[in-house]
Design a protein around this ligand. Sequence first.
Ligand SMILES: *Cc1c(COP(=O)(O)O)cnc(C)c1O
Length: 393
Amino acid sequence: MSYNVNEKGYYGEFGGAYIPEMLYPNVEELRQNYLKITADPEFQAEFDLLLKDYVGRPTPLYFAERLSKKYNTKIYLKREDLCHTGAHKVNNTIGQILLAKRLGKKRIIAETGAGQHGVATATVCALMGLECIVYMGEIDIKRQAPNVARMKMLGAEVRPALSGSKTLKDATNEAIRDWINNPIDTYYIIGSVVGPHPYPDMVARFQSVISKEIKTQLLEKEGRENPDYVIACVGGGSNAAGAYYHFLDNPDVNLIAVEAAGLGVDSGESAATSVLGKIGIIHGSKTLLMQTPDGQITEPYSISAGLDYPGVGPMHAHLFASGRAKFIAITDEQAMNWGLQLSKMEGIIPAIESAHAFAVLDEMKFQPDDVVVLNLSGRGDKDLNTYIDYFKL
Ligand SMILES: *Cc1c(COP(=O)(O)O)cnc(C)c1O
């Protein structure tokens, strides 16, 4: 079985491009060009150089000694939290902006929920001197004031989405409307392995630098390229896709995907998409998503804004349905406690998204010589207020 996308844009039965007719030319232009452009050695050289000198790659693969002792196994942390802007998202926005430039685009649009992808997009637009418009739900603008300020400092225009629930899906609708109206000069940067084909594959390829580095670094440290486990949190699924990418076809590498259970999988307040989701269409892609019996998308909930997404990318839907990856749901409480525990045990304050991945260590049993790689997708600075409120710090 293949876990990569096929020529038609599907992962098993998931994926494809379910888009309005008016959007077809934009998506088709991208589909016809993305592989050709990204395979060009000049593109790759520019991408690699920016990842090195601007993002700070390769990120370290850190042997967490105290954690390893406690769980009596070998635990390595892939330090995506050390990327410029504080998370893995910038790997993807750099790749896409280089692609946009090569397609001759002058204007960049994006949508954002918590603001993390908006910041990563505004950052690379500043880097390239391109106009940047970020759509964001009016409610999210109020909730995420520091990220709105960051985007403004970086020169982006933040446009409020005023319709519907005034959150992420409304911002997405606005961005799509903009793209339909501006098909020639505008490029739409999507922030995870979601959206119509070819976005999920393209974003996975840009993020695959994570597992490429893990292989080289493990060979150096352990004398072998392949870990026994790779653990990553899943919102849309991009950091996980990047951490799994070069191990997808090796069944000896166990893939663990961690979703947000919020207040509990059965509480009605969660974002555990794979367990609760049914097949449906979101963001132009056929995938698993949380919905009511009559097909309305359900508002997800998680204390971590980055996991608070009602769907999951089509690659992950396929990894779930085929059993290739094991999916585990972790509650707010477990994740928050891990945020504190990791800070105290290793001197690393994780993003709350990433803290979910650590909680798996309490749910699984490892052998002493197992090599466990945990993808630490981002740092916790952005979550300080949530930590303060939760722990009364
Ligand atoms: C956005 C974000 C995520 C979730 O997005 P994926 O596409 O699933 O990776 C996870 N961790 C951090 C730190 C984030 O900012």
